[in-house]
Design a protein around this ligand. Structure first.
Ligand SMILES: Cc1cc2nc3c(=O)[nH]c(=O)nc-3n(C[C@H](O)[C@H](O)[C@H](O)COP(=O)(O)OP(=O)(O)OC[C@H]3O[C@@H](n4cnc5c(N)ncnc54)[C@H](O)[C@@H]3O)c2cc1C
Length: 404
C-alpha cells in the first residue's frame, strides 16, 4: 500500500526549494572571496600537499570557521542552504580547502544537538574566531561504515573517563586542537548493537593523546588525514556529549547533517568540470574546427550541464528541508550525497575526455577533479551506506518495516 500522494513523500510542498535574496548576496561574496584568496593557491595546494597559512588566515578572518555556529556563540549563524552555497563556491576551486570548514561542522553539530550550555560556551566562540581548530575522530582501523563496530573503550573512574583506542583517517588530525571522540562505555545490548557508545570532547594536549602519523593519500591533497592513538587518556565527566551509551545517535545525526555539505562539495567539483570543459571546447581546435563545433562534444557538454543542475536541485532541496525542520531531510540528504558525488566523478571523467591528453597533466587541474571526487563517495557515509539509509528510512516510514 502506497501511503503518500507524491510517493515517497507526503505532499508536493515537500518538493519546494526556497532561496532568498540574502542567499544570492552571500553567494556573490563567497565567490569574490574564493577568487581573491583561494584560487591563486589552488594548484599549489594539490602539488605541495599543503594549505598555506595565508589560506587558513583568510578563512578565519572572514568568519567562515563559524559558518554554522549561532550568533549567540559568535558564529555567522548560517543555515544549511548558505552552507551548500559556500561548499559549492569554494569546492569549485579547492575542495581540499572546503574540508577545513566541513570538519568544523563534525564538532559543531554534536555540540549544537547534544552539548551542554557550558560545552557550547567553552568551545563554539573559539572555533568561530579561528582561535582553535576542531576535528572528529570516530573511524577506526576495524570500523568505518559500521559505526557500532568501534572498539575504543572509555572506562568510568570516579568523576572522569579513561579512553583507550586507535582512530584513523582523521581529517585535520595533524592540526586540530580539540576532537569529538567516540568510544565504548559498555558492550552492545542484545538486539541493539549501537548501544553503549559514548562521545567525548578530547583536547589535543591531554596526556596519552598522540597523533601517530599523517597518511599519504590520493585526492584532496593539502587536507591531511591522521592516525590517532589514545592511551589512558583521562577526560572529565563534563566532557561527555549527550547521554552515556547514546553516542551512536550523536555520530549518526551529525553525519545526516554534514553530508548535505559534502553534496555541496561535489557540486563544486562538477561545476568546475563543466566550466573548464566549456572553456576548453571553445578555444581548442581539431580538424580546423573548434571542439565545440563537433556535435559529439556538444552532446557531452549538454549532458554535463543537465547532470550538474539535477545534482544541484536535489542538494538545495535537501538543505531546504533541513532548514525548515522536516525529518524528510535525512532521506533527501542521502539522496543528494549519492547523486551529487556520482555526478562529480562522472563529470570529472568526462572533463578528462574533453581535454584529451592535457586533461591528464597535473598542470591542467583536470585530473585533480577525478582524484578529489572519489573521496567524496567514501567519507560521511559511502555510496552504499547512502542507499541503505534511503531504503531503510522510507520502508520504515511508509510500511513500518525496517530491513535488517
Ligand atoms: C579522506 C578521508 C577523510 C576522512 N575523514 C574522517 C574524519 O575526519 N573522521 C572520521 O571519523 N572518519 C573519517 N574518514 C573515514 C570515513 O568516514 C570512512 O572511510 C568511511 O566511513 C568508510 O569506512 P571504511 O573506509 O572503513 O570502509 P568500509 O566501511 O570498510 O567499507 C568498505 C566497502 O564496503 C561497503 N560496505 C560497508 N558496509 C556495507 C553494508 N552494510 N552494505 C553494503 N556495503 C557496505 C562500503 O560501502 C565500501 O564500499 C575519512 C576518510 C577519508 C578517505
Amino acid at each position: 500500500m502506497v501511503k503518500g500522494l507524491v510517493f515517497p513523500f507526503e505532499d508536493l510542498l515537500n518538493h519546494t526549494i526556497v532561496l532568498e535574496q540574502e542567499h544570492e548576496l552571500f553567494r556573490r561574496s563567497v565567490s569574490k572571496f574564493v577568487s581573491e584568496y583561494i584560487e591563486p593557491y589552488a594548484n599549489r595546494i594539490d602539488q605541495e600537499d599543503k594549505i598555506p597559512e595565508e589560506v587558513w588566515d583568510s578563512l578565519k578572518r572572514q568568519g567562515f570557521m563559524g559558518l554554522m555556529i549561532p550568533p549567540e556563540y559568535n558564529g555567522q549563524g548560517g543555515d544549511n542552504r548558505s552552507h551548500v552555497i559556500f561548499a559549492e563556491e569554494i569546492s569549485r576551486v579547492s575542495p581540499a580547502v572546503y574540508v577545513i570548514v566541513a570538519v568544523q561542522n563534525l564538532f559543531i553539530f554534536p555540540l549544537l544537538l547534544y552539548g551542554t550550555e557550558d560545552q557550547k560556551k567553552k568551545y563554539l566562540p573559539r572555533i568561530a574566531s579561528g582561535e582553535i581548530i576542531a576535528a572528529h575522530a570516530n573511524t577506526e582501523p576495524g570500523a568505518g561504515s559500521d559505526v557500532a563496530g568501534i572498539k575504543s573503550t572509555a572506562k568510568k573512574v570516579n568523576d572522569h573517563y579513561v579512553i583507550n583506542g586507535v582512530k584513523t583517517f582523521i581529517s585535520l588530525g595533524d592540526v586540530a586542537d580539540v576532537f569529538i571522540v567516540s568510544a565504548r562505555t559498555s558492550p552492545p545490548q542484545p538486539g541493539k548493537r549501537w548501544w553503549g557508545i559514548t562521545t567525548f570532547i578530547v583536547e589535543r594536549d591531554t596526556s596519552g593523546f598522540k597523533i601517530n602519523r599523517s597518511l599519504e593519500k590520493y585526492g584532496l591533497r593539502g587536507s591531511h588525514v591522521a592516525e590517532i592513538v589514545l592511551e589512558d587518556v583521562k577526560v572529565p565527566e563534563e566532557n561527555v556529549v549527550g547521554k552515556p551509551g547514546e553516542g551512536f545517535k550523536v555520530v549518526v545525526e551529525t553525519y545526516d547533517r554534514a553530508r548535505i555539505g559534502i553534496a555541496g562539495q561535489a557540486l563544486g567539483i562538477a561545476r568546475a568540470a563543466v566550466e573548464k570543459s566549456m572553456e576548453y571546447a571553445l578555444k581548442r581546435e581539431a580538424f580546423e574546427k573548434k571542439l565545440v563545433d563537433f556535435q559529439a562534444i556538444q552532446f557531452y557538454l549538454s549532458d554535463m550541464l543537465t547532470k550538474l543542475q539535477t545534482a544541484r536541485l536535489i542538494t538545495y532541496w535537501a538543505a531546504y528541508l533541513a532548514d525548515k525542520g522536516s525529518r524528510d531531510f535525512i532521506v533527501a540528504a542521502s539522496m543528494a550525497k549519492l547523486v551529487a558525488t556520482e555526478v562529480a566523478q562522472e563529470l570529472a571523467i568526462k572533463a578528462i575526455d574533453i581535454h584529451g591528453g592535457y586533461g591528464l597533466m597535473s598542470e591542467s587541474g583536470i585530473e585533480r577533479l577525478l582524484r578529489d571526487s572519489q573521496i567524496l563517495k567514501i567519507y560521511e557515509g559511502t555510496t552504499e551506506i547512502q542507499k541503505i539509509t534511503v531504503i531503510r528510512s522510507l520502508m520504515r516510514k511508509l510500511y513500518g518495516y525496517t530491513p535488517p
